[in-house]
Design a protein around this ligand. Sequence first.
Ligand SMILES: *[C@@H]1O[C@H](CO)[C@@H](O)[C@H](O)[C@H]1NC(C)=O
Ligand SMILES: *[C@@H]1O[C@H](CO)[C@@H](O)[C@H](O)[C@H]1NC(C)=O
Length: 167
Amino acid sequence: MHSFVYRANALLTFAVMVLAFMCAMASLSDNLNSLSPSAQLQVLNVNWFQKSTQGNDEVSMTLNISANLQSLFTWNTKQVFAFLTAEYETPKNSLNQVSLWDGIIPSKEHAKFSIHTTNKYRFTDQGCNLLGKQYNLTLHWHVMPKTGKMFADKLVMTGFRLPEEYR
Ligand SMILES: *[C@@H]1O[C@H](CO)[C@@H](O)[C@H](O)[C@H]1NC(C)=O
Ligand SMILES: *[C@@H]1O[C@H](CO)[C@@H](O)[C@H](O)[C@H]1NC(C)=O
């Protein structure tokens, strides 16, 4: 009898230890997989680039938006709103922000994606400042929690440049 209780107890202790170890490994591998959000943004093509009759430059481009935002999802995450902006400087404004694409990410499974798209919203300047213009592409995200405060962050990719001529 004594030996049976002892053995059962030893077995239980061992099971708890294995469970604890597996939990530790699971959370460790979770962290290793995605320490922080990452993104790769590519301009695959400038489809056309022209000045409208009102004198405003407008560009149509094909983008490759790849991101892994899975680390933003926890038990408390309802959804993530992501959007991409082109950001550039003009003599009038130190920061011009033009939204090119957006999307709602409903779950962690959808938070790793690669999208091949033309700009969903018009890339138009308030004037004709875009020839040869250097710009950044910034992926912004707003994390909407089930309870608590929303938070926002972004990733900036620098060094993009528009063509020197209309096409
Ligand atoms: C889009 O970018 C991803 C990640 O950089 C790359 O694996 C994929 O081949 C790209 N797709 C195209 C069509 O260039
Ligand atoms: C582009 O990004 C770089 C690095 O974050 C920053 O120094 C620069 O001011 C940005 N340019 C614009 C126009 O926002």
